[in-house]
Design a protein around this ligand. Structure first.
Ligand SMILES: [Zn+2]
Length: 299
């Protein structure tokens, strides 16, 4: 009881008015200092952790713009025509999915350099994934959005490859072997993409395959045979193969998927992929056997 009485007495002691004002100002100043310091620490940490905070914000803004476009109804996409007097939306749909994977080497000297290249709007180039020398995978763009990696390209009768593919860039300058860590990460990633989007083995290709004469990546160091053994792309077996009379090698290249408008370019791309030790643009009998075997597998 004594304690309570003392407490009451303490509270009841009237303080001069200016004491409350001083206390209030003191508290506000300290609160402001605290908030300012906390903000600085958060900002400093943010900058240290992610130098791409600004471009990530730009990504989100752009993605929001596309989300808005998808929400529009009546539908006003690029076809943009209202044929019926009233709009009726179907209830049965999903997002479009990629059906090809195009593999590249960056022709740059580091992952950091490539991340920077893909976040500068003036370069206008990008990829869904970048794989660093230590096997780290950077997922830079949602698989359902269109990256700018293939450019003018063709595989079979597919021409707008950017619209239907996933682009994977591997950090490599083009004159060096790929690291084991990179290939292991790549194979793991390809497995996930193949399962997620049901991409056929024939549709895992290189940039050089879809852009003959214009691109030579991934380079002759790229282990296409190992990839094919894992189910990404196909490989040949010429054991016991006899070249039939009248075999047409250019037609075989076309059936595999190559654009044969310029035969020398198509042959060069085929050799980068399937006979990397041969830098000529001539088709010899061994090549014909390979082509005959591949033609049957790709058709
Ligand atoms: Zn490329």
């Amino acid at each position: 009881m004594k304690v309570r009485q003392q407490g009451l007495m303490f509270i009841a002691i009237p303080l001069p008015h200016y004491c409350f004002i001083s206390l209030f100002i003191f508290c506000m100043i300290n609160l402001f200092r605290f908030v300012f310091l906390a903000a600085m620490i958060i900002m400093a940490n943010g900058c240290a952790r992610n130098p791409y905070a600004t471009t990530n914000k730009a990504y989100k803004k752009q993605a929001k713009g596309y989300a808005k476009l998808l929400r529009e109804y009546p539908v006003e996409d690029s076809a943009g025509l209202n044929y019926a007097p009233s709009w009726t939306g179907t209830t049965n749909f999903t997002m479009r999915r990629p059906n090809f994977v195009v593999i590249h080497h960056t022709a740059q000297n580091s992952c950091d350099q490539t991340l920077k290249t893909f976040t500068l709007t003036r370069t206008q180039v990008s990829a869904h994934y970048v794989i660093c020398r230590d096997g780290t995978i950077h997922h830079m763009l949602n698989d359902l959005l269109r990256a700018h990696h293939a450019g003018a390209s063709r595989w079979g009768n597919a021409t707008d490859i950017n619209s239907s593919s996933i682009g994977i860039e591997i950090d490599n300058n083009g004159f060096e072997p790929f690291t084991d860590a990179q290939i292991n990460s790549l194979i793991d990633l390809l497995g996930r993409l193949k399962r997620a989007y049901n991409i056929p083995s024939t549709n895992f290709v290189g940039h050089a395959d879809v852009a003959p004469g214009r691109k030579v990546d991934p380079s002759r160091y790229f282990p296409w045979q190992k990839l094919a053994e894992n189910g990404y792309g196909l490989w040949y077996d010429t054991t016991g193969v006899v070249i039939p009379e009248g075999f047409n090698e250019m037609q075989a290249l076309r059936i595999i998927g190559y654009d044969i408008k310029n035969p020398a370019n198509a042959i060069q791309s085929f050799k980068i992929h399937f006979t990397p030790a041969d830098s000529t643009s001539m088709i010899n009998d061994d090549d014909k056997k390979i082509l005959f075997d591949l033609e049957k597998k790709y058709q």
